[in-house]
Design a protein around this ligand. Structure first.
Ligand SMILES: CC(C)(COP(=O)(O)OP(=O)(O)OC[C@H]1O[C@@H](n2cnc3c(N)ncnc32)[C@H](O)[C@@H]1OP(=O)(O)O)[C@@H](O)C(=O)NCCC(=O)NCCS
Length: 156
């Protein structure tokens, strides 16, 4: 529990770019992980919010959220989310997720979507623990025979 209390969450700046790129490459396989160029683009995009969680000056976790206007109001999409491997299982992911959802709620965003690999049990358990529901199975979304799940959360 202490680790969670010592973590600090901030909006990412361009200075966080290389740490985010490194953690993204560590957590996702080639072809799925965002490149340096994509992270740089997202950091500058007005439609993307990136939050970084630091522990002891190191990047412990990050969340990338895209926002777009639709005819039913603004919706958010969790675009990437990861915790440093050696810091997992200690509540950091859940703390970052809850804080991101709170920020979206304060911006009056009512709907959050995400896609996750159907076999990614830890991520699915985390998402369900904060209220996301499964809305569709996405056939071969992550490659041949690698299905995804689309999940949705309605913020109240
Ligand atoms: C998924 C991930 C973000 C979870 O982060 P974490 O900091 O380890 O998660 P937490 O410790 O906050 O756990 C929160 C909840 O998630 C679930 N969970 C986390 N790890 C789990 C595991 N290994 N097995 C089952 N459930 C797990 C549990 O419901 C847990 O709540 P509980 O501790 O009360 O049971 C982390 O494993 C990760 O970065 N994975 C690689 C990147 C990734 O797959 N990102 C998702 C892309 S869609």
């Amino acid at each position: 529990m202490e680790l969670v209390l010592d973590c600090k969450i901030d909006k990412a700046t361009l200075q966080d770019k290389s740490d985010i790129v490194s953690l993204e490459a560590l957590c996702f396989r080639a072809g799925i992980a965002f490149s340096k160029k994509q992270i740089a683009y997202l950091l500058k995009s007005p439609r993307a919010d990136i939050y970084v969680m630091r522990w002891n000056e190191t990047l412990a976790a990050y969340a990338i959220i895209l926002k777009r206007k639709t005819c039913r109001g603004e919706v958010a999409r969790l675009y990437s989310f990861a915790v440093k491997p050696e810091l997992r299982g200690q509540g950091l992911g859940k703390k970052l997720m809850l804080e991101c959802l709170e920020k979206l709620r304060r911006e009056n965003i009512q709907t959050v979507f995400l896609e996750v690999e159907a076999e990614n049990k830890s991520a699915i358990a985390l998402y369900e623990s904060v209220g996301f529901c499964r809305v569709a199975r996405l056939k071969s979304y992550y490659g041949e025979n690698q299905d995804g799940l689309k999940m949705k959360l309605t913020l109240t």
